[in-house]
Design a protein around this ligand. Sequence first.
Ligand code: SF4
Length: 367
Amino acid sequence: MKTKVRHVMGISGGKDSAALAIYMKDKYPQLDIEYYCCDTGKELEETYTLIRNLEVYLGRPIIRLEAASNSHEDPFDHFLKLYGGYLPSSTSRWCTRKLKLEPFEKWIGDDLVVSYVGIRGDEDREGYISKKPTVQSIFPFRKNIWSEDVIAKTLNNNSINFLAQQYAKQQLGDKLPRILELVHEPISESFTLNNKLQALLEMGAAAFNQVVFDYLATTKYPIANTPSFPLVENEDVLVRDDIFRILRESGVGVPQYYEKLPYEVDGKKGEYARSRSGCYFCFFQQKIEWIWLYEQHPEMFEKAMQYEKDGYTWMQEEKLEDIIKPERMHQIKSDQLLRDKRNKKKSPYLLDILDEVEDEGCASCFI
Ligand code: SF4
């Protein structure tokens, strides 16, 4: 007997998860998706506005999950006290674990869950997501909607015969011989897992998805408990421009902090913005984003400064009170202008440039 599977989507407050919620409601209304967000109590007001707008569009509430919900303090402050004032950092990221992953895992319990994640088609990462075996992640914006572990198992050399049989059951006309040739070619140093994946996707994402779905039916993955899965048909690839278009056209809107604002240094004009959602004091921010916070939300910068005490700081090498000294701000802005000029050759988007430092990603906070 099939066990019930829950479909869930985390709304981080970032643009990509918001766009994914809109996309899924419009394209797959038959899926009963539960939306949730993990509130640290330290988000920017723009994030809460986005969540309210999304609730109107989706016509259903976004469930607020709060760590330490019995505490009289904000979740972040509650745990900071438990950690003796030790501020989180990229190498000790207790905040994501305590404030995002643990409340999520408590909420789903042992239920089988399909979790939709808004990593875009123009990104090359998986994000920082739950590794519970009862949770399966799906990436609808990418050509490859499956997670790394699923692909590694499905395309394992031991599965070659199974895959060939499943492909042969589909109506693939004159594409079939080439597909079977690819399926029968084992993964090796010269034909890597990724080579094989890309080659098969090129021959048709829907046909590939069907074969993966058939393979998963033989496993303990949550999707094995669903008789059908509409995303098998998915051939879409959505990139950054699509995300902004979806947000604007839906009326939900782009969070204000993504909008570029001008700044001037030595008569030269630059632009700055915040590159991602998350806590206003997030240690993943670049220096220019801290300056943005100082100039656009001085009261929040002031609060972020108050957390720096007993030798703990948000950045390793510099305190917040130091980066707002006039000569230091001047230097940060000048450096950023130079960097933007160099990087604009690579990407016209300011947000891409700012994003670059955070390759690791964080599905819970920034997507
Ligand atoms: S946004 Fe940054 S500070 Fe906040 S929980 Fe995520 S990683 Fe931690």
